[in-house]
Design a protein around this ligand. Structure first.
Ligand code: ARG
Length: 458
């Protein structure tokens, strides 16, 4: 049996069947088939150009690999566990199809630099795709923000009513987070986008290869500079997993808010039916399953980051088989983040906003108390004294079961003689919001101009 293996030369005993299953990665690394073939084509062309293998062989290799690609894509490729991983499955099939020439493909290359190349090629495309999903979500948020420039809501700290804000302003906070997520991923891409082939197993190769030519064919702006590091570095994957964890953390916070906002106690929003499910026992229920699941899936993405960090911890240089464990957490994270972003963009687009209950809540909980304090400061009172006076007014309201908007001028003046008739116009929810006219503030014109900035790509 070991005689059928591509590495069987020094073995006399067959591999135990369970060991074979245990060590194989083909079940999950077959998703790298496209990158593996693309990398092999570039490698073969370079070997031919350098005169390391005959040009006729290159033609046969390229043609053979293209056929294998078609077979895999049409579902006519039998993946074999005995052949361990995607690299050997493809190479063995190539040699079976074209003979001698196929057996020359692996010249000057090792699976160690080959797998590093495949993951980088794969991750690079996925990162680009994830950033386009982030763009879709940002666009959905901007569209809702534009539609809600006049929707008032309570802003919270400690989940207690703090000050009124625009719902658009709240949505734009998430736009900022997702923009940062995008820029983090774009930055990570710089370190993913480096070409490792040529490192061989660990020390480089004796053949006169042209690494820049391989990089050029595969659109890499740079090649790695140390062969040991090239085959043992997974920082780029860890970086991606941390960036992905931060994306999920943002989605999870947003999920939590959507869940709270759709309770009957809040009634700020309604998620469309397509994103909710019912209960098998309680007929009235409409459960926000999608945000709950996204919140839940955040846990598995954090877990994937911890898994790979732990796998990499203490590994001596250079390649170790432990590193085969990099793929499942990486693939699972890519699928989870893409799915979560895609479903979120659609859900936000279709979300219905209940302006009336938001507006009602915005005026409750003495949300404009700070505006009275600011009013007194404008009349010369030090802020601490103003704070104290308004605090007493609030206590008076609580005791008499009324809102500060219900106090008469005479009552106001019990707390400060500086208060005049114009207090009434400055404690409305609208006035409170529009008074916060600073860069980054919730005043309508500020929020509007931030939306314009993001729309303009700033
Ligand atoms: N399947 C392996 C992995 O994913 C490929 C590299 C194997 N190299 C080796 N020397 N066994 O890591």
């Amino acid at each position: 049996m070991s005689k059928d293996k591509l590495w069987g030369g020094r073995f006399t005993q067959p591999t135990d069947t369970f060991v074979e299953e245990f060590t194989a990665s083909i079940d999950f690394d077959k998703r790298l088939y496209h990158q593996d073939i693309r990398g092999s084509v570039a490698h073969a062309r370079m070997l031919g150009k350098q005169g390391i293998i005959p040009l006729e062989d290159v033609e046969q290799i390229v043609h053979g690999l293209q056929q294998i690609l078609q077979q895999i894509e049409s579902g006519n490729f039998d993946f074999s566990i005995a052949l361990e991983d995607i690299h050997m499955n493809i190479e063995a099939r190539l040699s079976a199809a074209i003979g001698e020439a196929g057996k020359r493909l692996h010249t000057g290359r090792s699976r160690n630099d080959q797998v590093a190349l495949d993951i980088r090629l794969y991750l690079r495309d996925e990162i680009t795709e994830i950033t386009t999903y982030l763009d879709l979500l940002i666009d959905a948020l901007l569209t809702q923000a534009e539609a809600n420039l006049d929707t008032l809501m309570p802003g919270f700290t400690h989940l207690q009513t703090a000050q009124p804000i625009l719902f658009a302003h709240h949505l734009m906070a998430y736009v900022e987070m997702f923009k940062r997520d995008k820029s983090r991923l774009e930055d990570c891409l710089k370190r993913v986008n480096v070409m490792p082939l040529g490192a061989g197993a660990l020390a480089g190769t004796t053949f006169p290869i042209d690494r820049e030519y391989v990089a050029e064919q595969l659109d890499f702006p740079a090649v790695t500079r140390n062969s040991l590091d090239s085959v043992s570095d997974r920082d780029f994957a860890l970086e991606f997993l941390s960036d992905a964890s931060i994306v999920m953390m943002h989605l999870s916070r947003f999920s939590e808010e959507l869940i709270i906002w759709s309770t009957s106690a809040f009634q700020f929003i309604e998620l469309s039916d397509g994103f909710c499910t019912g209960s098998s026992i309680m007929p009235q229920k409409k459960n926000p399953d999608v945000p709950e699941l996204v919140r839940g899936k955040t846990g598995r993405v954090y877990g994937n980051l911890m898994a790979l960090l732990t796998t990499m911890k203490s590994l001596p240089l250079a390649y170790n088989k432990d590193m085969q464990e990099d793929k499942e957490p990486l693939f699972d994270t890519i699928d989870t983040v893409k799915g979560s972003l895609k479903i979120f963009a659609d859900m936000i687009r279709e979300m219905r906003v209940n302006e009336i209950s938001m507006r009602r809540a915005a005026g409750q909980g003495f949300s404009t108390a700070t505006d009275v304090a600011d009013y007194l400061v404008r009349r010369g009172l030090p802020f601490r004294d103003a704070h104290e006076a308004v605090g007493k007014a609030v206590a008076y309201c609580v005791e008499n079961d009324m809102d500060i908007t219900e106090l008469s001028l005479a009552e106001w003046q019990l707390f400060s003689a500086k208060i005049d008739n114009d207090i009434f116009e400055c404690i409305t929810v609208e006035a409170s919001v529009n008074a916060r006219n600073v860069v980054g503030g919730t005043a309508r014109e500020r929020v509007w101009s931030e939306i314009q900035n993001v729309r303009a790509g700033k």
